[in-house]
Design a protein around this ligand. Structure first.
Ligand code: SF4
Length: 252
């Protein structure tokens, strides 16, 4: 049963115009960054909307993801299913095997729960380093960041710059969670089965849990840490000082 769709999908006034505006942003980005634009997908609901738009309209935008070695089996299954559904390849960037093994041997399998420093070291190894390779040779990237996702993301612009000077496009910045799911429902977009089990935001397996009714969207990410520490570094440079999250939703 598509519980996430039933729980969240909702048509909103101006939805079609919002979809068209998003498509225009993607087209303009692809034109401005011919052959050097990539969607960095986490395979979350927002990213699946973007992948659908890219595939449906045959936009010349590469699609790539970080295979951290700690992804849920449901996420890996979606990766394969999305490639099959859209007939495209999603590039996968994993951490160096030796370094990942060394980290686990030195600090233990669940080192990320022992301290913020170790959690950040794990994210640096399994996410940030592979992201650098994912972005090498690209002049711009597309993300599924939305303003509604957290207090720290409330000011996310449609277009930004990362620390390396690449353009970072956030074409869903003004979308609501209900609109993301309305798009998924009306376009038959494949999505992560964990969304049906109260995982609104999905990251690595040891660092993601389901949320309870009334809990914040991001409550299931690094739940043992203080709210202000809850970014893995992928999007930090674009963000203002962290503030307590207030609404529903996120991507990486
Ligand atoms: S989210 Fe957790 S498992 Fe994944 S890279 Fe960060 S600390 Fe490591």
């Amino acid at each position: 049963m598509n519980e996430a769709i039933e729980r969240h999908a909702q048509a909103t006034p101006g939805f079609e115009q919002r979809v068209q505006a998003t498509l225009q942003r993607l087209r303009a980005a692809a034109e401005a960054h011919a052959d050097t634009l990539v969607q960095a997908t986490s395979l979350g609901a927002e990213d699946m909307v973007l992948t659908d738009l890219i595939a449906r309209h045959r936009l010349p935008i590469a699609i790539a993801t970080l295979d951290t070695g700690w992804l849920h089996s449901e996420t890996l299954a979606l990766l394969d299913a999305a490639e099959q559904h859209y007939g495209l390849r999603i590039e996968r960037f994993a951490p160096p095997a030796e370094a990942a093994l060394h980290f686990v041997r030195s600090h233990g399998e669940l080192a990320m729960r022992e301290s913020v420093a170790l959690r950040k070291a794990c994210c640096a190894l399994r996410k940030l380093e592979p992201l650098e390779r994912l972005l090498a040779g690209r002049s711009a990237w597309v993300t599924g960041l939305r303003r509604e996702q957290s207090g720290a993301r409330a000011e996310v612009p449609y277009e930004d710059q990362d620390d390396a000077g690449r353009t970072k496009f956030n074409p869903l910045a003004d979308w609501s969670w209900a609109e993301v799911w309305h798009y998924i429902a009306t376009h038959g977009v494949p999505y992560n089965a964990l969304h049906d089990r109260f995982f609104p935001s999905i990251g690595c397996e040891p660092c993601t849990r389901a949320v309870a009714v009334g809990e914040d969207f991001r409550a299931g990410r690094w739940w043992w840490e203080h709210e202000s520490a809850k970014e893995c570094g992928l999007h930090v440079s674009a963000l203002p000082d962290p503030a307590p999250a207030t609404a529903a939703t996120e991507t990486a």
